[in-house]
Design a protein around this ligand. Structure first.
Ligand code: 5GP
Length: 113
């Protein structure tokens, strides 16, 4: 099966500013930042979207969220940050490889657009 865009970034076949990686997840700066700090953290495994995650992905999803919080701390987002997962067309998903947006460095508004 063809690799997803984010798998190619994880495998360093495409350039990205990687801020953290381990054997399960990779975090890199978004190419079109929506906040002063905008990082995506993705599982190396190409889970398509959160709505298609399987019971087998339980530990991986926990790891992904714990690492998102760790990356946010490392990036100095002590004042707060927002984690976003877009799912499907109405959710604003553009890349079909699960990713958590880490947004910070400015005051977020609510409700989101
Ligand atoms: P989604 O809308 O699917 O939740 O978010 C996809 C995100 O991926 C967008 O914020 C978009 O800017 C980012 N993105 C798309 N292509 C690339 C790329 O080639 N490199 C990086 N670093 N980010 C990308």
């Amino acid at each position: 099966m063809e690799k997803t865009l984010f798998q190619r970034i994880c495998d360093q076949e495409l350039p990205a500013q990687i801020v953290f990686q381990d054997d399960q997840v990779v975090a890199f700066r978004d190419i079109n930042p929506q906040a002063p700090t905008h990082v995506l953290i993705v599982p190396r495994k190409p889970v398509v979207r959160i709505g298609e995650a399987q019971p087998d992905d339980h530990a991986l999803l926990g790891h992904l969220l714990l690492k998102a919080a760790e990356v946010a701390r490392t990036l100095g987002l002590e004042a707060g940050y927002r984690l976003v997962i877009n799912n499907g067309p109405d959710g604003g998903e553009a890349v079909p490889h699960l990713h958590v947006h880490i947004l910070g460095g400015r005051r977020m508004t609510w409700p989101p657009g």
